[in-house]
Write a protein that binds this ligand. Structure first.
Ligand code: SF4
Length: 357
């Protein structure tokens, strides 16, 4: 074993079996450790009571249970909470909890900053610093569970019932770490989230959408925001690489391959930009045949943003056109706006270290 201690948070059952083998312990110990880390949420290796004392001591010599530090907590008047997580290398990312009557949603980040530059999104103004590790992805859920005292993994009602990957970053550009973390989140012996309670939102990294359908089978949300290539090229610039035709072909395959019921389209309402009745009718044509729901998101302004929110009347008319065509199109109530926790408002101060050569 190396001198660098291994963080048990971020390991899966295969990693733990290899660890047990290296330490000359039987394989079944791996499942016991997995249960302590992800089901019971212990903070110390010493608390893993069904492991022999000698093995606990050996584990503590080689491993840690390092959690990301919650550096600050902001609470909105609507109950939404935003946590700033501080990582060992000094970088930071935000994570948001949105409580509702029948559920609690945790919106997690996948990267520090983002390579994409969607023009309606505050995160898009922060250059990519790096991908989050498996431990940091899982750590957002683990820290939230710590805050709510939600250990062991509850079977019934939970403060955190749903997870959405709609925070900072493009999740499909951090696929390997994300896929490992999501499999641990979905393990019934671990963090115990059903795949139907996890939604991955992408701006449209087409080649990874099929992979996600086969491998993860979580719910898919597409950050759509425009129905014509010329406009989407501007608002969601990844469209220049993967235009609408290609995107829609992969989205059409998703429900069948992944056995999910429907795809969600996210559509931010920008005054005078993408909110006309003809945009709504084009949207209906674009998604024809796809079992889908459209979330209409009134634009949430941030310092320096160039857009305005569509009026309530315009949003209502847009929704009516979609509803008349048979699509559920809820208008999302902005949450946590007063603490800059609403959709598209997240950003941290982390910057990529300057290269010296
Ligand atoms: S919407 Fe998502 S992909 Fe686009 S800039 Fe914001 S964080 Fe990045």
């Amino acid at each position: 074993m190396t001198d660098v201690k291994k963080n048990l948070i971020g390991t899966d059952i295969n990693d733990l079996q290899s660890l047990c083998q290296t330490l000359n312990e039987p394989k079944f110990r791996a499942q016991q450790i997995f249960d302590w880390v992800y089901n019971k949420g212990v903070r110390s290796i010493d608390d893993m009571q069904n492991l022999p004392l000698g093995f606990r001591e050996q584990l503590a010599q080689h491993c840690t249970l390092d959690r990301s530090q919650v550096k600050s907590v902001m609470t909105s008047k609507d109950g939404t909470q935003k946590w700033l997580l501080h990582f060992a290398d000094g970088n930071e990312a935000e994570c948001v909890h949105i409580p509702e009557k029948t559920r609690g949603t945790l919106c997690i980040s996948s990267q520090v900053g983002c390579t994409l530059t969607c023009t309606f999104c505050h995160t898009g103004t922060q250059m990519l610093v790096r991908n989050l590790s498996v431990a940091e992805l899982l750590g957002q859920v683990i820290s939230a569970r710590d805050i709510f005292g939600e250990w062991p993994t509850p079977i019934g009602n939970r403060h955190i019932s749903n997870i959405v990957l709609m925070g900072m970053g493009e999740p499909l550009y951090n696929y390997d770490n994300l896929s490992k973390a999501l499999k641990i989140m979905m393990d019934s012996k671990g963090l115990g989230f059903s795949r139907q309670k996890i939604t991955l939102s992408t701006s449209g990294v087409v080649p990874m959408i099929d992979k996600c359908a086969e491998d993860l089978k979580v719910r898919l949300a597409i950050s759509l925001h425009a129905v014509r290539d010329d406009l989407r090229n501007e608002i969601v610039p990844i469209n220049r690489k993967y235009p609408l035709k290609e995107l829609m072909e992969s989205v059409r395959r998703y429900p069948d391959t992944s056995s999910t019921k429907e795809v969600t389209f996210e559509y931010v309402m920008l005054k005078g930009v993408n909110d006309s009745a003809s945009d709504a009718r084009e949207l209906v044509k674009l998604i024809a045949g796809i079992p889908a729901k459209i979330n209409l998101i009134p634009f949430n302004p941030w310092p320096g943003s160039k857009y305005e929110r569509s009026t309530a009347d315009v949003i209502k008319k847009f929704a009516e056109i979609l509803e008349r065509s048979g699509y559920r199109s809820p208008i999302r109530r902005p949450r946590g706006q007063d603490i800059f926790a609403a959709c598209g408002q997240l950003k941290s101060e982390s910057k990529r270290a300057c290269r010296t050569k």
